[in-house]
Design a protein around this ligand. Structure first.
Ligand code: SF4
Length: 248
């Protein structure tokens, strides 16, 4: 595994906080973003991104939890294709248990790591029935006690389902935080903690989705679209002019 793939793998694993071999970003920010620029950064993102919501399809807290569990190291699009069929036949813990392990796998076998994900989903469904009355729990400790639920998945559920001002750092947010100077750190946890301190309070609930969507569609890993970026002036990425000149 290359240094870069080790880093990406570590970022995608919500239970793995250390990025021992990772650089802080492909090219680190030249210096931290100051308070005024951070405020302006989020004001502009909020004007540009009208719907700061997940691209996973779901219609209940339970469906969201399962979709997020399935999304590790997979695209939202691939998860949606699978869950669109799965949730039509089973969208409660008992209904998924009734499918059985092989039955569940038949719906999600197009998603990476589906064997382990199916096993974790089955255990989680049983725990939800045994310990939580079939409901998705609302605390980090209870969420992280579920099979296959790490800090990142718990943060996504707490933020997206329950509106908690928490930050789930995925590969996009890790990159954007470091590259722009918004919140730098060598580990996922360090970036999460830096973001929690540095994001203006009024944007904290929606910041997770602003940053993911910005990273997914504009501040991409290999070819950031600096020339079309609404936060170009605020960004501290030292190569932004070069990327803008390239017409990205
Ligand atoms: S200017 Fe470039 S590096 Fe900075 S946030 Fe925008 S796309 Fe990302």
């Amino acid at each position: 595994m290359t240094t870069k793939s080790k880093a990406i793998s570590a970022v995608k694993d919500g239970k793995t906080a250390k990025l021992a071999t990772a650089k802080t970003a492909d090219t680190p920010a030249s210096r931290p973003m100051n308070d005024a620029k951070r405020l302006s950064f989020f004001q502009k993102l909020s004007e540009h991104i009208k719907e700061p919501v997940t691209e996973l399809n779901y219609s209940s807290d339970f469906e969201l939890l399962i979709a997020v569990m399935l999304s590790a190291q997979a695209t939202d699009k691939s998860v949606n294709i699978a869950t669109d069929k799965l949730f039509k036949v089973a969208n409660t813990p008992q209904a998924i248990l009734d499918l059985g392990l092989d039955g569940l796998k038949s719906y999600i076998n197009s998603i990476g790591l589906y064997n382990s994900k199916a096993a974790n989903v089955m255990k989680t469904c049983q725990d939800l029935l045994d310990k939580h009355g079939g409901q998705v729990p609302r605390t980090r400790a209870e969420l992280e006690a579920l099979a296959g639920v790490g800090r990142k998945t718990a943060n996504v559920v707490l933020n997206t389902a329950f509106g908690e001002p928490v930050m789930a750092v995925d590969t996009h947010i890790f990159r954007v935080g470091n590259r722009t100077g918004l919140a730098t750190g060598k580990t996922v946890l360090a970036v999460e903690k830096a973001l929690m301190k540095r994001i203006p309070r009024e944007f904290l609930v929606d910041a997770h989705h602003y940053l993911i969507l910005h990273g997914r569609y504009t501040c991409m890993a290999r070819s950031p679209k600096c020339g079309a970026c609404v936060v170009f002036d605020e960004c501290m990425f030292k190569d932004k002019e070069k990327w803008a000149e390239q017409g990205s």
